[in-house]
Design a protein around this ligand. Structure first.
Ligand code: ADP
Length: 319
């Protein structure tokens, strides 16, 4: 756990100023935690008003208290008046899955089934702890060559449902209006979300199913569609499994069919999908993901200039 913001030094990457990537909520930069010498990824969010910061703090408590080998770890967070909130995260040295897919295209099945298994383990853990991820997409799956592992990241939208809904498996009726807020990436939206129904554990599973489709195709499944109504039509008319039929193994088509069943109550859970034949075949070659991560050509932030970007603001205080 990081105790003080002064313990960091920003590290420059070839993108300049240490930036690893920029997302919807803010940008992520690379830093070194001086007491341990470890690299960390720091997510900067423009949150200045008290209310937004309080909300972030609540979400971060969820994030920090749920530790799993299959979730990107969060080490702490700080606020400085100038740049906003800085969230200190475990550094994933291969970046996110969407970068990899857009750079290198299709992911081989032997590798994809390991990535999918790791994501399912992350989701199983969250769901057992009554937490929805709410934003499962390739951009939120991070890869570590060092660990030979994929992890789910970005719990910016995760909500702890324990208080609002003690019944973990049926969220349709008792859920808070908060879980009904219209968030998420359109292309990953499940049919129930497109219809304006509440987000459920099954909606996370749909998101993962679409991740698998994207990796198998080597491009986002509905990438030519930008309009909300186009997405609705595609989701209503095209079972995602049909997008990959004939291009991948029958087991993978079946896996996608079960994870993207139109009716959320028919969709399989993370525990069920972990027992699917396509996933279980990973036992034949458990090292496939590690090997692939080692062989992958360098990503932008592999090339790190050791010129430090200077100490991170001193007057920051713990969030
Ligand atoms: P978004 O807000 O769109 O979900 P993020 O702000 O979380 O995106 O991340 C933007 C990019 O920063 C990612 O696509 C990834 O390349 C990089 N990134 C995010 N978190 C990490 C991390 N823990 N380690 C390494 N790179 C990261």
């Amino acid at each position: 756990i990081v105790r003080s913001f002064d313990e960091f030094t920003r590290i420059s990457t070839i993108r300049g100023n240490g930036t690893l990537g920029t997302g919807i909520t803010g940008s992520v930069y690379l830093a070194r935690h001086e007491p341990t010498g470890k690299k960390v990824a720091v997510k900067r969010i423009n949150a200045f008003d008290e209310k937004k910061r309080e909300q972030l703090k609540k979400e971060l408590t969820t994030l920090i208290s749920h530790e799993s080998r299959f979730l990107v770890r969060s080490h702490g967070a700080f606020y400085d008046g100038k740049e906003g909130v800085h969230i200190v995260l475990e550094y994933m040295d291969r970046g996110s899955l969407d970068d990899v897919v857009s750079m290198f295209g299709k992911i081989p099945e032997s590798v994809l089934r390991r990535i999918t298994e790791h994501c399912l383990r992350g989701l199983k853990f969250l769901h057992e702890n009554h937490v929805l991820h709410r934003d499962v997409k390739t951009g939120n799956i991070l890869l570590s060559r060092r660990l030979g592992r994929a992890k789910l990241g970005d719990f910016g939208l995760a909500r702890d449902l324990k208080e609002s809904n003690p019944n973990a498996n049926s969220m349709g009726e008792g859920s808070t209006s908060e879980t009904k807020t219209f968030v998420g990436t359109f292309a990953y939206m499940s049919p129930e979300r497109l219809h304006g129904d509440s987000y459920t554990y099954a909606s996370d599973i749909w998101g993962l199913g679409m991740v698998v489709v994207e990796c198998a195709l080597g491009r986002p499944p509905f990438d030519s569609l930008h309009q909300y109504f186009d997405i609705v039509q595609a989701v209503e008319g095209t079972p995602p499994a049909s997008l990959v039929e004939g291009k991948v193994s029958g087991d993978l088509v079946d896996f996608i069919r079960l994870s993207t069943a139109h009716n959320p109550t028919r969709r399989q859970t993370a525990s069920q999908l972990l027992k699917h034949r396509w996933i279980e075949k990973g036992r034949d070659d458990p090292d496939a993901l590690r090997r692939w991560l080692h062989e992958l050509p360098g990503l932008h932030h592999d090339i790190v200039s050791e010129r430090s970007g200077g100490s991170v603001r001193a007057q920051a205080r713990q969030l």
